[in-house]
Design a protein around this ligand. Structure first.
Ligand code: COA
Length: 307
């Protein structure tokens, strides 16, 4: 190695220490047309845990766009997940770190909003995305606590109501309970999640009063959605999932920060890892504080992108 250091090569004594790289054009493409490995490379670049299967699932239940450079590298993405004709969630919004703050995220978001026009929206915003979403008219509501870690099952007192494994025959009741909590029907999404999930439910007077689904996602498994009216019921239906994943990575995203549910989540090994903010555009949000036996709420999200 010469005294001038590693940058020197044969005959390159005149090389400048820095190089101005020309600006290049990006073009939009449909996320459905891109190899899963390239989409996964994008999410890895922003530190997200999505597997190729998670991207595939997102594409099956939603639509979206990517930004490609001149040699087809995937630089950014944004997706939307419709529920009926009036409502959608937005997610999988990311821009490769070296290209952030150049307007690509805003460009893709505007395309998503025009492609899904006529709807109200909900999304979960990272700190990095707050300025972008606020500039598009989104309003912040509640913090989501992303809890994760090595699950710790345990001998906790059994719930007063028996908890049982859900079967395909429970899908209609699960869909209806989810709709009461979420505020809009997610029949298509719940049916797809149900196929990939193990589920536990609890009944009162012959009606489903709480359920918790759990499926492979990211670094391990995610518990969600979880719907119940009472904290005790939510704990009771999540408990078997924790026990089944004892010693393994488990994640749960919740709006709740007080009461027995978040305490139970922490004791089960899932500590707060990060927070995001639930925002909406034209769509009111059910207030989790007003839960009760006849007012089911969402105790845990399906994922941040899906709500
Ligand atoms: C959030 C994100 C998608 C924005 O994409 P982008 O292509 O940089 O967005 P734009 O260039 O269109 O910028 C939009 C606004 O966000 C701001 N912004 C962009 N990156 C930011 C960052 N890392 N921190 C804070 N603000 C940021 C821009 O300054 C701009 O605000 P302005 O209009 O007031 O100047 C991008 O930062 C990202 O991928 N972050 C990591 C993954 C993530 O958090 N995704 C959001 C999930 S909800």
């Amino acid at each position: 190695m010469s005294e001038r250091g590693l940058a020197d090569g044969p005959g390159d004594g005149a090389l400048p220490p820095s190089l101005t790289v020309d600006a290049f054009d990006v073009r939009m493409a449909d996320v459905a047309d891109i190899d899963l490995e390239r989409l996964q490379a994008l999410s890895i670049s922003v530190g997200w845990p999505h597997r190729a299967e998670d991207w595939q699932f997102a594409r099956e239940v939603g639509h979206g766009v990517v930004a490609l450079d001149e040699i087809d590298r995937v630089l950014a993405s944004a997706m939307w997940f419709p529920h009926g004709d009036d409502f959608a969630t937005i997610g999988m919004v990311m821009t490769s770190p070296r290209l952030q703050s150049l307007g690509v995220g805003e460009w893709l978001m505007k395309r998503v909003l025009s492609a899904s026009a006529g709807r109200t929206y909900r999304l979960n915003a990272t700190r990095a995305a707050l300025a972008l979403y606020r500039s598009l008219g989104f309003i912040g509501h509640r913090t989501v606590f992303q809890c994760q870690g090595e699950a710790r099952g345990g001998d906790r007192p059994a719930s007063a109501e028996p908890v049982r494994r859900l079967t395909a025959a429970d899908l209609a009741a699960v869909t209806a309970l989810d709709e009461r909590a979420f505020g809009t029907s997610r029949a298509g999404l719940i049916a797809r999640l149900f196929e990939q999930s193990a589920g536990y439910g609890l009944e009162r007077e012959g009606r489903l009063a709480a359920f918790a689904l759990c499926r492979p996602f990211g670094r391990g498994h995610v518990v969600g959605p979880v719907v119940a009216g009472l904290d005790e019921d939510a704990v009771a239906v999540v408990q078997p999932h924790v026990d089944e994943h004892d010693g393994r990575f488990l994640r749960l995203d919740t709006h709740l920060d007080e009461g027995i549910f978040p305490l139970f989540v922490a004791r089960s090994g899932m500590k707060i890892h990060d927070t995001v903010l639930t925002m909406s555009l034209g769509a009111p949000l059910t207030d989790p504080a007003t839960r009760g036996p006849d007012r089911p709420i969402t105790f845990a999200l399906a994922t941040q992108a899906l709500g």
